[in-house]
Design a protein around this ligand. Structure first.
Ligand code: NAP
Length: 492
């Protein structure tokens, strides 16, 4: 059953290496399945070490030519790619929904979000300014220039198959780097379609290369890149466990690293909050992509005075969410990505209930004639969540809201920070002094203050602590792909 895309040329089932669409050197393939039904619908290469090495050979050979182009030439390529992505919003959106499961409007929205990074970095490419430093002694000039780091390896997760890879490839190419990329096992097709559009936009030979692999073979591909001294940077979005592995294994060749890792976002509602706005913000931030985003609120703290009113409003909204496949246009929550994901959600809810939390709505898998796949979970609200529960300690990555009642501001800030992670935090308050105090104290890379929708291509996205380091997007995003070189000229 082919995916529902109008332009078959966008459905690519091969690696792209040295400007050629190729099968894996071994000839092996793996199947891509539709999370809405669990049925297979495409086959892509199950690549190994040979394919990974061939991709680096191509990217390494292409680097001198690509870096020698002017920033304006690189920007023009990115602008053509951006225009093609926008022109194929419908097809790409459908492909995202098909392989990832998110509702159609979210699939289309993700295409625009991905494209916004390509446009942003097309513009930033021409602004990689250096510096002239006032000379400390006469007869010298001190200058700073920015240089591309070299070959970049990009490794991405399944939850935003277009956006995660676009916001790595675009800054890398803008900076003058060449790229080898590996998308997640579950969602290779959107990435391959984006690369197909890059080819159409005129990307030069070897500058952009992509290989797909099954979960079993991901280490075989990535280990080659970790060990190869020609790969000068790894940019990774995914789990903290894999991020730490990459940091350890890239130490041998001291690569530059950007790690966008897991989160455990707190969402705090103070007594003085606008409750309707807080419910709205929580719905937007929690249920996007069915709760499968790294900045999803994972722990919701509500102050005594508004706890019951807030939970009442929240439950009314959550219970009304429409769960279903992306093929139903009014679906708001799609299937979870795979069996492991839904098992983790079930484990977290069972643990919470066993330790005293109460399910107010949801709390079960869904399966009926409308939702005939195995991966649907009911949007869920739990009250009485506590710090030691599994749902408070690790990302649930699903449509589950565990609510904890609190009394004191200092206590809730301490509890919000009592996690190894530090990606996003949210809080709602109308007290201006509290707003500054709490924003200052939260240990994270991103703070939503009376706001649930945070991401923008012009803003720096990234975490602290075990949520990683490096920033994507914004004027800071290009620095991660460049070196700072100091030139000192004497005898003047
Ligand atoms: P993951 O298991 O870490 O996978 C991410 C990528 O790494 C995939 O391409 C995966 O390939 C690959 N990989 C897995 N094991 C590997 C290994 N041993 N060596 C080399 N590569 C390996 O993460 P995920 O479950 O797909 O994604 C969810 C996680 O990503 C969550 O923790 C979420 O918070 C985080 N995330 C963070 C951000 C952010 O910006 N901070 C954004 C989105 C998601 P396979 O798919 O083949 O396993």
């Amino acid at each position: 059953m082919p995916p529902d895309i109008h332009r078959p040329a966008l459905l690519r089932e091969h690696n792209f290496i040295a400007q050629q669409w190729r099968v894996a050197a071994s000839g092996r393939v793996y199947t891509v399945s539709d999370p809405a039904t669990g049925l297979d619908f495409a086959e892509v290469p199950d690549s190994g070490a040979d394919d990974a090495r061939a991709a680096v050979d191509a990217a390494h050979a292409a680097f001198p030519g690509w870096r020698a182009r002017t920033a304006r030439e690189r920007a023009q390529f990115l602008k053509r790619w951006h225009a093609l992505i926008i022109a194929h919003q419908e097809e790409l959106g459908r492909l995202i929904s098909r392989e990832q499961g998110k509702p159609q409007h979210e699939g289309r929205g993700e295409v625009l979000y991905a494209a916004s990074y390509v446009e942003w970095f097309a513009e930033e490419a021409t602004r990689t300014y250096g510096d002239l430093i006032p000379e400390p002694v006469r007869g010298k000039k001190l200058m700073v220039v920015k240089e591309p780091v070299g070959v970049v390896a990009a490794i991405t997760p399944w939850n935003f198959p277009a956006a995660m890879i676009a916001r790595k490839i675009a800054p890398a190419l803008a900076a003058g780097c060449t790229v080898v990329a590996k998308p997640a096992e579950d969602t290779p097709l959107t990435s391959l379609a984006l690369v197909r559009l890059a080819e159409e936009a005129g990307i030069p030979h070897g500058v952009l290369n992509i290989v797909t692999a099954s979960r079993a073979n991901a280490p075989a591909v990535v280990d080659v890149w970790l060990a190869d001294p020609r790969v000068r940077k790894i940019t990774f979005t995914g789990s903290t466990a894999v991020g730490k592995h990459l940091a350890r294994e890239s130490a041998g060749t001291l690569k530059k690293l950007s790690l966008e890792l897991g989160g455990n976002a707190p969402f705090i509602v103070f007594d003085d909050a606008d409750l309707d706005a807080a419910v709205e913000g929580l719905m937007a931030s929690k249920f996007r992509n069915g709760g499968q985003t790294c900045v999803c609120p994972n722990r919701v703290y509500v102050q005594d005075g508004v706890h019951d009113a807030f939970v009442g409003k929240l439950v009314a909204r959550v219970a009304a969410l429409r769960v279903g496949p992306a093929s139903e246009p009014d679906s708001q929550i799609g299937p979870m990505i795979n069996a492991r994901a839904i098992e983790k959600i079930e484990r977290h809810v069972a643990d919470a209930v066993a330790n005293g939390a109460r399910v107010v709505t949801g709390g079960t898998r869904l399966r009926d004639s409308q939702r005939d796949g195995p991966h649907y979970y009911a949007p869920t609200v739990l009250v009485g969540a506590q710090a030691a529960m599994e749902c408070s300690c690790e990302e649930t990555f699903g449509p589950v809201v565990p609510v904890t009642r609190f009394h004191d501001e200092a206590d809730v800030v301490r509890e919000a920070n009592a996690t190894p992670f530090g990606l996003a935090s949210y809080f709602y308050s109308r007290d201006i002094a509290r707003v500054w105090r709490v924003a200052d104290q939260l240990e994270c890379g991103i703070v939503g203050i009376n706001e649930g929708a945070l991401a923008a291509e012009s803003a720096p996205f990234g975490g602290v602590k075990e949520s990683g380091y490096g920033r994507e997007g914004s004027r800071y995003g290009l620095d991660d792909y460049m070196h700072t070189k100091y030139l000192c000229q004497g005898q003047l």
